[in-house]
Design a protein around this ligand. Sequence first.
Ligand SMILES: Cc1cc2nc3c(=O)[nH]c(=O)nc-3n(C[C@H](O)[C@H](O)[C@H](O)COP(=O)(O)OP(=O)(O)OC[C@H]3O[C@@H](n4cnc5c(N)ncnc54)[C@H](O)[C@@H]3O)c2cc1C
Length: 407
Amino acid sequence: MYSFNEIIIGSGVAGCRLALELTKRGHKVLMLERGREVEVSRAYLCYDVVRTTGVELWRVIGVGGSALASLGNANTPLVEDLKSLGVDISDEVNEIKEELRPTAISNSFLGDRAKLLIESANKVGLRHQTAYKLIRLEECRGCGLCAFGCPVSCKWTPLNDLEVAKSHDVKLITNFHLNSIAKRNGVWLVKGLVNGVEKCFEAVRVIVSAGALETPRILKMANILNAGEKLFADVFITVGGPLHGRRFRDEVPMTFYIKLDPQVTLYPHISTFLLPYLASKGVFTTKEELLGIMVKIADDCCGKVGDYVEKSLTPSDLRKLKKGEEIAIDILAAAGVNEKEIAVTHPRGVHLGGSAAIGDVVNYEMETEISGLYVCDGSVLPKAPGAPPIMTILALAKKLAKAICEE
Ligand SMILES: Cc1cc2nc3c(=O)[nH]c(=O)nc-3n(C[C@H](O)[C@H](O)[C@H](O)COP(=O)(O)OP(=O)(O)OC[C@H]3O[C@@H](n4cnc5c(N)ncnc54)[C@H](O)[C@@H]3O)c2cc1C
């Protein structure tokens, strides 16, 4: 038996930040991670694509979690919504901003695709806004491989937090297969396989940070049966087509955005998924010729996590996607793409959350109905942010760690 103040299950954005904040305040912390350690540049090897009833959900299983593949976008959505639920993270958001210093994308950093799309959006009467990134731009070589794992490590990832936590002696066990989690005589017991051998760890508190698709399953092991409802994904599609004869160079995606309304946002983005969709329309082209726009929506929280994951698009989601698609086509046409040669990818989602929401499954202190069992990750977010959530999740983790240490 091994004893800790806290056991954190999952080493993603929330898990690593919790480990950092708790260990630096002197807590003895064990982090149990299902996946393995992987270099940031090889994050693509750990992708896990979950096909559901309507939307393809993408995540990364491994130390660092999905943010290893992030595009570095640094927004702070849902701060006001959380405040209205009694969770004020304004201080923590400021502290995280101060610490990570997101950088505004300057005009000189924009690639040719982004510049052309801004010009074309202006032609159809739309104004863009600058994106902020957790990327050291002076080191970025603009290869556009952020979602595969940055090859030059100039993007912030949870591994930065983990490094600090390791310097404060966090214990990390990888390739951990969780078997059970239960409270006995006031102590939490977490059992699972480590290299095929069953081990039991005990702690005063357990924090589940396994991401929106796994956290509810773990909570159900502890008899929290209402977990797993209200899953959202910030669903997106990519709309695009070729500019024949152009050879665009690689560039960092999502360097600006156009907010059509609070629920629908457009970003510059190309996806090689467009190529087979275009080919099926008889349009043969290459990645270098492609111009594309991501349409991202704040989707309805209607997914479910059980043995399988259900995530369909509601009529309202479809309307939002259609609105974005039509405007994306106008912009692409203004850029010179032939409207008949524009294709749309299938819907995907990478901002997963809502499945153990504050107000439903956990209280405003992120604690479940069983004392000492907490949740902190995207699953506690009360609704789809419609914008990149990493900074908000980091602030929530910081808030929870402070509250635990003040107890
Ligand atoms: C391609 C891509 C691009 C993105 N770009 C951005 C962006 O630019 N900006 C932004 O803000 N957000 C972005 N996101 C979203 C962001 O990465 C996620 O919202 C965020 O990582 C979620 O954090 P989390 O702590 O909830 O879960 P995760 O980071 O997914 O962490 C969960 C962890 O738990 C582990 N785990 C799972 N099951 C178990 C288990 N049973 N036992 C132990 N461990 C387990 C996983 O391996 C993982 O390490 C992107 C996501 C993807 C996939």
